[in-house]
Design a protein around this ligand. Structure first.
Ligand code: NAD
Length: 350
């Protein structure tokens, strides 16, 4: 046995009603003028967060959109500087957290996150930024939220369709953490427990979206998935999600959900131990379990449903393998192209 376990310095407060503790969490960071960021449509939630911050609030920016477009990020950074912000709270899904990370990276202020989807971004030092159709990602300690408040009550409003694809995004973190080159005994335990919790809770959330126990269980699984994402190197699956997301402007969570069974089927022959662990966690063949789950819950199952066509697949396949992803089965560009054709829904699946 040989591994390196990395620190995860994020303070995590989990439980129903804990959103109300946001002010105390931010006070711990020493911030006095805090800008709150969220997505359009979630302004009321942003204002609620500002209310919990009291006189520490410097204002609410409800400008976040998916994939952190450069112009949106630069405008938010400029606004945060104008407001004299010395702290940032991101409340919402991965898009809100992504914009908060842009502010944290460019201004150096500490970030707190209140996630309301299952994206896992709140646990990671990973940032993203999209410019001219290319999504760049990187790691930077300045963007890792110092505090995360998980309040499952905030997730009951998340529509079932978004909950399903967002959970697919979380499952992808767990799956890739299992076969990551830097997986440790701890991250493997987290990943299998995460996958188990998500696959158990998701049908209960779909059946009763306001069920507090089901929402808490799903958020718990998503937290574990994000915790693993923070300290392991993601492989082909995440590379494809970013290449397709940036290149074709596809929805992030839906892309993960569509791709996951395909990448799993392609990779499992190379990772029998990870496959066996996942099979134990999910109570059956992982590919079959996920295909059945996503089909039963009405999730998108083809890239065509997300609006993709194959015109740019050769370019995107080249982009996906240069440099080769840290993946247990390293693909060639033609192999990626075949996988994309299969996921598009126009080629027979393996
Ligand atoms: P999102 O943040 O865009 O949210 C999807 C939609 O749901 C938005 O319209 C949002 O306003 C709405 N919403 C969010 N919470 C809600 C709630 N509780 N009730 C009702 N509506 C709600 O989507 P996402 O999938 O969470 O995030 C996607 C983004 O996150 C992408 O840009 C992706 O690249 C990024 N991401 C980054 C990391 C990382 O570690 N850096 C990890 C995962 C995802």
């Amino acid at each position: 046995m040989r591994f390196t376990e990395l620190p995860r310095p994020t303070r995590v407060a989990f439980g129903p009603g804990r959103f109300a503790e946001l002010g105390e969490e931010v006070a711990r960071l020493g911030a006095r003028r805090v800008v709150v960021v969220t997505t359009p449509g979630r302004e009321a939630l942003g204002e609620q967060a500002a209310g919990f911050l009291g006189d520490r609030s410097a204002g609410v920016l409800a400008d976040a959109v998916e994939h952190v477009p450069a112009e949106v990020a630069d405008a938010a950074v400029a606004r945060a500087e104008e407001l004299g912000a010395d702290g940032c709270v991101a409340v919402g899904g991965g898009s809100a957290i992504g914009l908060g990370k842009a502010i944290a990276r460019d201004t150096g202020v500490p970030l707190a996150a209140v996630p309301t989807t299952y994206s896992g971004s709140e646990m990671t030092p990973v940032w993203g930024r999209t410019e001219d159709g290319v999504k760049a990602t990187g790691r930077d300690e300045r963007v890792r939220p110092a505090a995360v408040v998980y309040d499952p009550e905030l997730t009951t409003s998340l529509p079932v369709a978004v909950s399903v694809t967002s959970a697919g995004n979380a499952l992808a973190h767990a799956v890739e953490a299992l076969w990551a080159p830097d997986a440790t005994p701890v991250t493997r335990l987290e990943a299998t427990e995460s996958a188990r919790a998500i696959v158990d809770a998701l049908p209960r959330v779909a059946a009763a979206p306001a069920d507090p126990a089901a929402r808490a269980d799903l958020l718990y699984g998503a937290w574990l998935a994000g915790a693993g994402l923070a300290v392991t190197t993601m492989g082909l699956h995440h590379r494809l999600a970013h290449v397709l997301g940036g290149g074709l402007d596809l929805p992030h969570a839906g892309t993960h959900t569509v791709l996951l069974p395909h990448v799993l089927a392609w990779t499992l022959p190379a990772v029998p131990k990870a496959g066996a662990a996942l099979e134990r966690a999910l109570g059956g063949d992982p590919v079959a379990v996920l295909r059945r789950l996503f089909a039963e819950l009405g999730a998108p199952t083809t890239l065509a449903e997300l609006g993709a066509d194959s015109a740019q697949f050769d370019v995107l396949a080249e982009r996906a393998v240069s440099p080769p992803p840290a993946h247990p089965r390293v693909p060639t560009a033609p192999e990626v192209r075949a996988l994309l054709d299969e996921a598009l829904g126009c080629a027979p699946r393996r």
